[in-house]
Design a protein around this ligand. Structure first.
Ligand SMILES: Cc1cc2nc3c(=O)[nH]c(=O)nc-3n(C[C@H](O)[C@H](O)[C@H](O)COP(=O)(O)OP(=O)(O)OC[C@H]3O[C@@H](n4cnc5c(N)ncnc54)[C@H](O)[C@@H]3O)c2cc1C
Length: 467
């Protein structure tokens, strides 16, 4: 289920049914994979004031957090992911109670949806693996990321963190495959657990996420909503020029990201790159651009530029627009400075004990941890039973950039005849081919609002389809 709540159905008598196999497990209800209980307490990558799930109420999470932890510090605090999971769980519980006082019913079905059939009148029937069928007027698909390929035999997965870290603490050397936020979760967990050996992070590009700047976010002067609306025929070069112009207008030096982009495999001093990402504000500029106008710019970008962006630039934008918390950055910098953490690029392959590099080097370790799964998947999956059924029934089209093709702005599915399926919506990662995003929560909140607006408008315009 997507993690956003909107109150705008009012008392119009809406019956809502939520399907999710995780509803079977009381401890996991409404949390989703990243926010489950975890004794290693990984941190959210955004400060508490950015983590409200209530559209139109940005302080909701901060208020909850102050009630739940009255003695904690405030402001730019980075809360643990399990704590955020508790907030999601409490918010869902609250929603269930409040829904009961309306003229509508909230049903929870603890099962996966494996099939969606649309009748001629547009009404939808959802099926679960045990052969139960349920009829609806509107459907929102909020199925998140799929898990990617299995971890190779003998290699430890990054998650759940505790058993992996417990084993790693016995080893003199540990290699982590991946240099994204999951790898940073592993490094942080090892360091705060007192690991004294050497940690090597290896990936193809060796590009770490930036460190989130503590200074205020730059306000966009060039890439204003009006400018983007009036822009026609945007290609990749013009996009990069506009980003440079925005940096100039804000007095921000972008020589580091320019250098990183211009090298096939960044040969940069990792610690210097990280410090400069935090202090020079270029990473903060990328965050502001992605959050404020990433989707609108993507919508204007021509097809071949989108293809080039996805294959070349996306990984860099992901690293810069999803920065790690400053306190994690400090830990990582300390470990890099002391030599207890090393970052290697040019990774060609790995197994349970070895990393192989494109220059022919082979390094052996006490343990190899796979931090690529569930974290740095560049494209949303098209491989779940439900998505496969939609494609087979020609109710949806697989998007070249991941997920399903949806109509920009309403987020309803588009079928192979390019007709909009007006009552089936996609939220979150399934929309990523149409709505470029790197900040999942922000994107979910915005698409939920627009999809709900679309449903409300449709309900006002047409009588309800079925009972
Ligand atoms: C390790 C990790 C750390 C992250 N950290 C952050 C962070 O700090 N900040 C941040 O903003 N984002 C973070 N993210 C991104 C995160 O994925 C999103 O914030 C958020 O969880 C996405 O929510 P969602 O509801 O779209 O998907 P999910 O949370 O993945 O939820 C999807 C749900 O749909 C259910 N489901 C799937 N298929 C079906 C089906 N066919 N029928 C019924 N139910 C189905 C699943 O059981 C699941 O409960 C992180 C992601 C990962 C993997």
């Amino acid at each position: 289920m997507a993690l956003a709540i909107t109150d705008r159905f009012g008392h119009g008598g809406v019956d809502l049914t939520v399907f999710d196999p995780s509803l079977h497990r009381p401890d996991d209800v409404a949390r989703g994979f990243p926010y489950r209980a975890d004794p290693m307490e990984p941190l959210l990558n955004a400060p508490a004031h950015m983590m409200s799930i209530r559209t139109g109420d940005p302080d909701d999470f901060l208020r909850w957090y102050r009630r739940a932890s009255p003695y904690s510090s405030d402001g730019d605090v980075y809360v643990t992911r399990p704590t955020f999971g508790q907030y999601l769980s409490d918010s869902f519980h609250d929603l269930r109670q409040r829904w009961g006082s309306r003229d509508g019913v909230l049903h929870c079905v603890p099962e996966e949806v494996v099939d969606l059939v649309r009748a001629d009148d547009g009404s939808c029937t959802l099926s679960t693996p045990h052969g139960s069928h349920y009829g609806f007027d509107y459907v929102a698909l909020c199925i998140g990321w799929s898990s990617s390929a299995d971890t190779p035999a003998g290699v430890s997965p990054a998650y759940p963190l505790r058993p992996t870290i417990r084993e790693a603490l016995q080893q003199p050397t540990v290699a982590v495959v991946g240099t994204g936020l999951a790898a940073i979760d592993v490094v942080r967990a090892l360091l705060i657990s007192g690991y004294r050996g050497r940690i090597t992070l290896g990936s193809r590009f060796g590009l770490l996420p930036a460190i989130r700047s503590t200074s205020p976010s730059p306000s966009l002067k060039v890439l204003t909503p009006r400018f983007i609306e009036e822009t026609e025929g945007l290609d990749l070069q013009r996009l990069l020029d506009l980003i440079e112009a925005e940096a100039d207008a804000n007095g921000i030096d972008v020589s580091v990201p320019r250098r990183v982009l211009n090298q096939r495999r960044p040969r940069i001093d990792v610690a210097d790159y990280l410090r400069r990402s935090r202090d020079e504000r270029w990473a903060a500029l990328f965050v502001a651009i992605c959050d404020e106008c990433g989707p609108a710019l993507w919508n204007k970008l021509d097809k071949s530029s989108r293809r080039a962006f996805r294959s070349i630039l996306h990984r860099f934008f992901q690293a810069w627009c999803n920065p790690m918390p400053p306190q994690t950055g400090d830990l990582v910098l300390e470990a890099l400075d002391s030599g207890s953490l090393v970052v290697r690029n040019g990774l060609a392959g790995f197994d349970a004990r070895t990393l192989d590099f494109v220059d022919g080097a082979e390094e052996r370790f006490g343990m190899v941890i796979d931090a690529t799964r569930n974290a740095s998947e560049p494209l949303a999956s098209q491989d779940s039973k439900l998505v496969r059924s939609l494609l087979a029934r020609r109710e949806a089209v697989a998007d070249a950039f991941g997920g399903l093709t949806v109509r920009f702005g309403s987020w309803s599915l588009v079928n192979p005849k390019e007709s909009t399926i007006e009552n089936v919506y996609a939220i979150g990662s399934l929309t990523q081919g149409t709505r470029y995003y790197v900040n999942a929560l922000d994107s979910i909140l915005r698409t939920v609002d627009e999809a709900v607006e679309h449903i409300l408008a449709a309900r006002r315009a047409t009588p309800v389809l079925s009972g």
